[in-house]
Design a protein. Structure first.
Length: 558
């Protein structure tokens, strides 16, 4: 005869289900809070005799409502995201169902599936530790359910038994990690959530880069194996290059040639980087300006990697998961500018505002080189402009409105207006989106580049040097932003920024807080874990078996 679950058991089960909902809270807030929270509260009130369980028609209505909410949110009911949301709703609704032995067993096994669903999206150190604890609790409740003579909650005894069982199976889990086949694509073709936490676009519209900088996530971590790196104000991380201008709006055109990126150019590079990229940027891969080569451990990803003649690197198909690659960058630009490209890099709106025409007259004087024109325009930005992460909206989004009326903006405003005026002055120009800065982790050997480091700058063509030169108007409007990076700059108040300008020791005092030290320490541990997981790919697995003497293991077994 099957044991009958007691109220003590159901309260423990309620706690376990709540615990399994927590990792999904940030990704599926609607299903977790509305369905999960509501049903868990209902069950809690039922256990204390406050309300009855819902009848058949109410449960049918709840199932239909949950399905409609999931479908409206994701456009389908099948797939990783919609399926996980539907699973969360199903587990929640099961909590307000019957209370028999079979229902308790179903719920316990559903908690394992919930944990597995989260692992499809994240294999972080935190999730691994959480999973170990969660498995112990779930296993302990399975044991408690089958103790026919006693279903009380002896936490110490149950956890001891659950931990013992987990330790017994741990060697098998470790063995599976080393022998389970490595795939060139995401496991079982499943990627992470398509809805990124960071709205990174390959266009520049006033507010697009600002929206990225207002978030506070790690964009990527980078290590310099040779120990050499450029000074802080020169740490530009290149992303999309924009060549089509509509005043303050810049987009990607088709002027740049696309080719597969090679590994053989790395001997020409001054900077070597190992980059651990977070899954927020769809297809874009970032590297120190200017990248000349990129190497991936996966041959499939290497074949999928493309670079443009402007130095942007991307994947043909977006990959919504964490990845690691080696990038090689050079101080020199070998990109040329033919007649067609020159014309494309001069197209922009025609100036009509008298104030803008006066500015162009002072910049575009006879006999000046492109560099001299750019220097004159850069000097203009030193007057009356203010850098802020809260610039407000623009009415017409015209260059004249920003330069002569608003005069308050973020890096994207300065870069877009600078490049547009350069084109009006007959100088080929373009805009680059990426990151600038990076914070050293004192407990490890890598730098953290965050979304607050999101940045936009300008490049102009120099006829004398026959190459593209970087011009960043932010360097004269807010030079401290480039010196200390966006992560720290956007945390400081105007008073603290002024103190930092006056006192060079203020920066070291700011970074000395124990909260910051603890965060960096935890990040160092988590990063080592992620590197370990990502580094053990198919090639490493084959080398592992060869080291054990299995030289003739066929590749299809791996």
């Amino acid at each position: 005869m099957n044991p009958v679950p007691t109220r003590a058991f159901h309260l423990n089960l309620l706690l376990l289900v709540s615990l399994n909902f927590l990792p999904h809270l940030s990704t599926y807030p609607l299903a977790t809070i509305v369905a999960g929270g509501g049903c868990l509260l209902w069950r809690l009130l039922y256990e204390y005799g406050k309300i009855p369980l819902p009848n058949f028609w109410v449960k049918t209505l709840l199932v239909a409502t949950s399905s409609i909410l999931v479908f409206n949110s994701y456009g389908q009911l099948f797939g990783l995201e919609s399926g996980t949301a539907l699973l969360l709703c199903a587990v929640a609704l099961k909590m307000v169902d019957r209370v028999a032995y079979r229902d308790a067993m179903v719920l316990l096994f559903l908690t394992y599936i919930l944990l597995l669903a989260r692992f499809f999206e994240s294999q972080s150190l935190f999730m691994t530790i959480f999973a170990g604890f969660d498995i112990i609790i779930a296993t302990a409740l399975l044991i408690q359910l089958h103790q026919a003579d006693h279903q009380g909650f002896d936490l110490r005894t149950l956890l001891k038994i659950g931990a013992k069982l987990l330790l017994q199976v741990a060697p098998v889990m470790v063995l599976l990690f080393f022998v389970f086949p490595r795939f060139s694509t995401t496991f079982l073709g499943l990627a992470g959530p398509k809805q990124s936490l960071v709205n990174f676009n390959d266009l520049l519209d006033p507010g697009s880069v600002e929206s990225v900088a207002k978030t506070d996530f790690v964009a990527f971590r980078v290590r310099f194996p040779k120990g050499e790196l450029p000074p802080p104000h020169e740490r530009y991380w290149r992303g999309p290059v924009l060549d089509e201008s509509q005043g303050m709006l810049w987009t990607r055109g088709k002027v740049y040639k696309v080719r597969g990126i090679k590994r053989s150019l790395k001997e020409d590079a001054e900077w070597e980087q190992e980059i651990l990229l977070e899954p927020y940027f769809n297809k874009w891969l970032f590297a120190l300006d200017r990248p000349v080569a990129l190497s991936q451990s996966s041959e499939a990803l290497q074949r999928s990697t493309r670079t443009t003649s402007a130095g942007s690197i991307y994947l043909r198909k977006g990959l919504n998961r964490r990845m690691i690659y080696q990038a090689y960058s050079s101080l020199r630009s070998t990109e040329g500018l033919d007649t067609d490209s020159r014309e494309a890099h001069l197209k922009t709106e025609k100036p009509q505002d008298p104030r803008l025409l006066d500015l162009l007259a002072s910049v575009n004087q006879t006999g000046l080189t492109n560099v001299q024109k750019a220097d004159r325009l850069l000097a203009f930005y030193q007057k009356e402009f203010r850098y802020t992460l809260e610039p407000g909206t623009m009415q017409s989004k015209s260059v004249s409105e920003f330069l002569f009326d608003k005069k308050v903006g973020f890096c994207e405003h300065f870069a877009a207006s600078f490049a547009s005026v350069m084109r009006m002055a007959g100088v080929p120009a373009r805009v680059v989106i990426g990151f600038q800065g990076g914070e050293k982790n004192k407990y490890s050997d890598y730098y953290i580049v965050g979304t607050k480091d999101a940045h936009a700058w300008t490049e102009i063509w120099s006829d004398r040097k026959q190459g593209w030169l970087r011009y960043d108007p932010t360097s004269v409007v807010a030079p401290l932003r480039l010196q200390i990076g966006g992560q720290l700059f956007h945390q400081l108040t105007p008073e603290q920024l002024q103190q930092m300008r006056n006192d060079q020791n203020y920066l070291s005092q700011w970074n000395a807080g124990w909260v910051k030290k603890a965060a960096l320490g935890l990040d160092a541990i988590a990063t080592k874990w992620n590197l370990f997981l990502l580094s053990f790919d198919r090639d490493k697995q084959e080398s592992f078996f060869k080291g054990l003497g299995f030289d003739k293991v066929q590749s299809f077994w791996l």
